[in-house]
Ligand binder design. Structure first.
Ligand code: GLN
Length: 396
């Protein structure tokens, strides 16, 4: 039996996770790991204490399928406190094992084989894998790199409109956006919302970086809060990025009851429920966030600026990032064959790991000139990466 034959056809096109591969190579070559997006420091104490207390209190059995009541309530309260509207913790909130599970639940739970789902490229690779699991057909709309004088990746309204067909069932919008650091503007979201209403399409949004925006002029706008969008939007998020607890894998879906039904239909057979003590920890963090995310944003904005300057000094074209853990840069001025060749050189010869982003593209050629760096690290980690990058020279 060949290895290939043992992988179901639906997963064969995806190969091994690029995040796992790059982290393994970073460890093997003792490179500073700016590839997979995770902080190299701990989350807030309150969350940890609450999770430990829940373990000691004997919260050891299956949680309720839709989430521990206290966490559903904390998520609903936080939504309301930010002015997004009053929601019902029971009918509208489903707790999942990270946003990743919420993405898969949503795609598998609402799409039928033959349905089309629109993704922007570059995309987080879970989206296309989820569409494959659902048997749905992905359609891609490019986010184009900023041209001279432009400050963000942009979408062409005509390309977006052309992607909608009578078979389109859903569009997935990730804002703030991994890997580009783009924050979708109100105008862009209104345009997408208009097309969803016109074609009777469901909007799925991935908002895990909602608290990590570094520009005051670019507020986070949930699609669900736009006119007539609540009834057709599933909002996905998590606590991992906000509280530097990516390994806790606590996420959620917020949706009207008819869309929650689709998410829950899959969730009950995917994981059934999420780790009970961690849900208590998550509830505590969401209720009492303190100034954790304020300090996190200060650190990451400074890291982003310092890394951008260092990469520019090396000759890369750095595309502005306004949010998330990441920035994208164009390495083509250095003359490497493609993103793989550049990242391999970076890891093996320079001692810094990054992500080659062709895996985030349907049209691979769009990813080849690019490289993604994570800046969600301690200042000292960034110092070391920046020091090592000084040795980077153009390819011979
Ligand atoms: N979201 C993380 C990133 O983009 C990786 C998640 C994962 O490893 N599956 O780096």
């Amino acid at each position: 039996m060949s290895r290939e034959a043992c992988i179901a056809e639906r997963f064969r096109p995806f190969g091994a996770s690029i995040f796992a591969e790059m982290t393994r190579l970073a460890n093997q070559h003792k490179a500073v790991n700016l590839s997979q997006g995770f902080p190299d420091f701990d989350g807030p104490d309150g969350a940890k204490q609450a999770a430990i207390a829940a373990i000691h209190a004997g919260h050891a059995q299956y949680a309720r399928m839709i989430g521990v009541p206290d966490l559903n309530r904390a998520i609903a309260d936080s939504w309301a406190a930010r002015g997004y509207g009053t929601i019902d913790p029971e009918a509208n909130v489903t707790v999942t094992s990270g946003c990743s599970e919420a993405i898969i639940n949503t795609l598998v739970g609402i799409l039928n084989p033959g349905d089309e789902v629109i993704f922007f490229e570059p995309y987080f690779d879970f989206y296309t894998a989820g569409a494959a699991m659902a048997g749905a057909t992905p359609k891609f709309v490019a986010l184009h790199p900023p041209r001279k004088g432009e400050s963000a990746f942009w979408l062409d309204p005509n390309e977006l409109r052309a992607a909608f067909t009578p078979r389109t069932r859903a569009i997935l919008v990730n804002t703030p956006h991994n890997p580009t650091g783009k924050v979708f503007t109100r105008e862009e979201l209104e345009m997408i919302a208009g097309l969803c209403r016109e074609h009777d399409v469901i909007a799925i949004t991935d908002e895990v970086y909602e608290h990590l925006i570094y520009e005051k002029s670019l507020p986070h706008i949930p699609m669900a809060t736009l006119p007539e969008m609540w009834d057709r939007t599933i909002t996905l998020s998590s606590m991992g990025k906000t509280f530097s607890l990516t390994g806790w894998k606590v996420g959620w879906a917020i949706a009207p009851p008819h869309l929650s039904a689709g998410v829950r239909a899959a969730h009950q057979f995917m994981t059934f429920s999420t780790a009970t003590p961690l849900q208590y920890g998550a509830a505590a963090a969401i209720r009492e966030p303190g100034d954790y995310s304020v300090r996190l944003r200060e650190l990451f904005a400074s890291n982003r600026d310092r890394l951008s300057a260092a990469l520019r000094d090396c000759g890369l074209i750095v595309h502005p990032s306004h949010s998330t853990y990441f920035l994208m840069a164009d390495h083509s001025p250095l003359g490497f064959a493609d993103d793989r060749a550049f990242v391999t050189h970076l890891i093996e010869k320079i001692g810094v790991a990054a992500i080659p982003p062709t895996g985030f593209y349907n049209r691979k050629e769009l990813g080849k000139p690019l490289v993604r760096f994570a800046f969600c690290k301690k200042a000292e980690t960034m110092d070391e990466a920046i020091k090592r990058l000084r040795a980077l020279r153009p390819a011979m």
